[in-house]
Design a binder for this molecule. Structure first.
Ligand SMILES: [Zn+2]
Ligand SMILES: [Zn+2]
Length: 55
């Protein structure tokens, strides 16, 4: 994977270990990517397609 960034903080997840990828819970079209840190601190993310803000 190239230039894949955390949807919350924008960090390049190529340098991260325990990141997750899942479909947007709202539109199910866009992949949301979260790094370990953002999962731990429950950082919010915004879907690029539908502007859904999660978790
Ligand atoms: Zn992050
Ligand atoms: Zn969405």
């Amino acid at each position: 994977m190239l230039n894949v960034k955390c949807s919350s903080c924008g960090i390049n997840i190529e340098t991260q270990k325990n990141w997750v990828e899942f479909d947007c819970p709202s539109c199910k079209k866009t992949k949301i990517i979260r790094c370990e840190r953002c999962r731990k601190i429950v950082n919010s993310y915004e879907c690029e397609s539908c502007k859904f803000i999660g978790p």
